[in-house]
Design a protein around this ligand. Structure first.
Ligand SMILES: [Zn+2]
Length: 225
């Protein structure tokens, strides 16, 4: 016996055993079709330290990214400021923003989806405007703008000049958004992070190192769960 509870074994045509500790702490084992229970348990036992560490870091992560309940009074970011949520009687659209968020209480269970859609739309409008503005100002050429659900990167630039931005970026302060926009526009000239790329960024954002640091230190606030 491994002494470590296995919550689920998923068998497939894979060749090796892999362990996944899910956000709620459940241990899922992915195993090849014919692996015996005995081998799976021995494998789990050999990874006891790793499993324990993963569970601890999941707990820490939950504290770090506080869970959203979409309850009245909860604060939500928009352009670097936080605004409270109010639950209200029926209204269309169900989620509205006038220096506070008002959500039709009948849509409370869909709150997360409603917020995402709202953020996504604001991000699209705001970023299109900022990209166009800076492209004109500095004479950059780009193809199109995409809004993504990326969790770990704020923006990217494809070889063909498509600029992608995470919708979560709209939660950040305007000067941080501008830095990300200029960073991606600079990639339309230099498709790398070479010294010439950074010196181009610096001509447009002289304190870009402070902006990068700010993003590293604060981006956890713009995650949902
Ligand atoms: Zn980059």
């Amino acid at each position: 016996m491994s002494g470590i509870a296995i919550d689920e074994v998923v068998r497939s045509r894979r060749k090796t055993i892999a362990l996944v500790v899910q956000p709620d702490g459940r241990l899922v084992v992915r195993a090849p079709l014919r692996t015996s229970q005995k081998i799976i348990e021995a494998f789990v036992t050999s990874k006891a330290d790793w499993i324990e560490k993963s569970r601890q870091s999941q707990v820490a992560r939950r504290k770090f990214f506080p869970k959203r309940h979409f309850a009245a009074g909860e604060l939500f970011w928009y352009l670097g400021k936080q605004y409270p949520l109010q639950l209200v009687t029926p209204q269309r659209p169900a989620l509205q923003f006038h220096l506070a968020y008002t959500l039709d209480e009948k849509f409370a269970l869909q709150a997360k989806k409603r917020f995402e859609l709202w953020y996504r739309e604001q991000a699209r409008l705001y970023l299109m405007e900022r990209v166009q503005y800076f492209a004109n100002l500095y004479n950059f050429h780009y193809q199109q703008i995409k809004i993504t659900s990326a969790r770990t990167r704020w923006g990217s630039c494809s070889a063909r000049g498509t600029l992608s931005f995470a919708w979560r970026l709209i939660m950040a302060p305007p000067e941080i958004i501008d830095y990300v926009v200029l960073h991606e526009l600079a990639h339309t000239i230099h498709h790398n992070h070479s010294p010439s790329f950074w010196s181009l960024v610096q001509t447009m954002v002289p304190d870009y190192t402070a902006k990068r640091k700010w993003l590293k230190q604060n981006s956890h606030q713009f995650h949902w769960d």
